[in-house]
Ligand binder design. Sequence first.
Ligand SMILES: Cc1cc2nc3c(=O)[nH]c(=O)nc-3n(C[C@H](O)[C@H](O)[C@H](O)COP(=O)(O)OP(=O)(O)OC[C@H]3O[C@@H](n4cnc5c(N)ncnc54)[C@H](O)[C@@H]3O)c2cc1C
Length: 200
Amino acid sequence: MADRSSSLPPSPPRPDSASVRSWWGWGALDQALPDAECVSLAALVPGAAESALPVPSIASLALPAVRVSAPAALAHLVSSAPADRAAHTYGKAFRDVVRALYGDMAAAPDLVARPREERDVVELLDWAAGADVAVVPYGAGSSVVGGVEYRAGEHSGVLSLDLSGLDRVQEIDRVSRAARIQAGVLGPDLEAQLRPHGLT
Ligand SMILES: Cc1cc2nc3c(=O)[nH]c(=O)nc-3n(C[C@H](O)[C@H](O)[C@H](O)COP(=O)(O)OP(=O)(O)OC[C@H]3O[C@@H](n4cnc5c(N)ncnc54)[C@H](O)[C@@H]3O)c2cc1C
């Protein structure tokens, strides 16, 4: 593909995707419906609760103890912060949201890694393989089929590999209209990068 591909100009600035995503539910915090609106909508559904379930604070979550730590050379890519672990525990199915709202964090990964380039991924996988740490790739975490939740229970630890830092279009082949795109890009960011090339 390389010989027919256009040489890409510097990527356009990212669109404003900086709003904070909910750690327990779907969407961005600044776009969430207020509780009162949720309750009035729920009133349309027979049998629905009459008050909103409070969202647990991150500090109140009973996260399992962290069992593994990354080597010093990878420490800058890895987090064991409760907010990161909580946000990478589940996808976005109804059952995921319910478990998060009830503070059930039994399936939380030990660590969350955010690689910035391909070499980081290689080094993280090399370490994890040697340390018997299961790796769960994490794109946007919107799986509704349990895809980002570790359930095997047979490893020394679990690493959620958050690919959101790998969000660039790297190569476009104008003839075949194929593109080489890093694995963590979100849809709107991808569209913004393709638009200058007349592509969607
Ligand atoms: C409200 C809502 C509406 C939705 N509407 C639609 C819809 O209209 N149409 C539709 O098709 N889907 C829909 N979905 C489903 C969801 O968006 C898809 O499952 C989505 O494509 C998952 O992408 P993701 O990046 O969030 O993947 P994730 O949830 O992060 O990952 C999904 C699976 O892929 C694995 N994975 C992630 N990245 C990689 C990688 N680079 N290499 C290998 N494995 C990887 C993960 O480990 C996991 O098993 C909806 C979901 C929600 C919550």
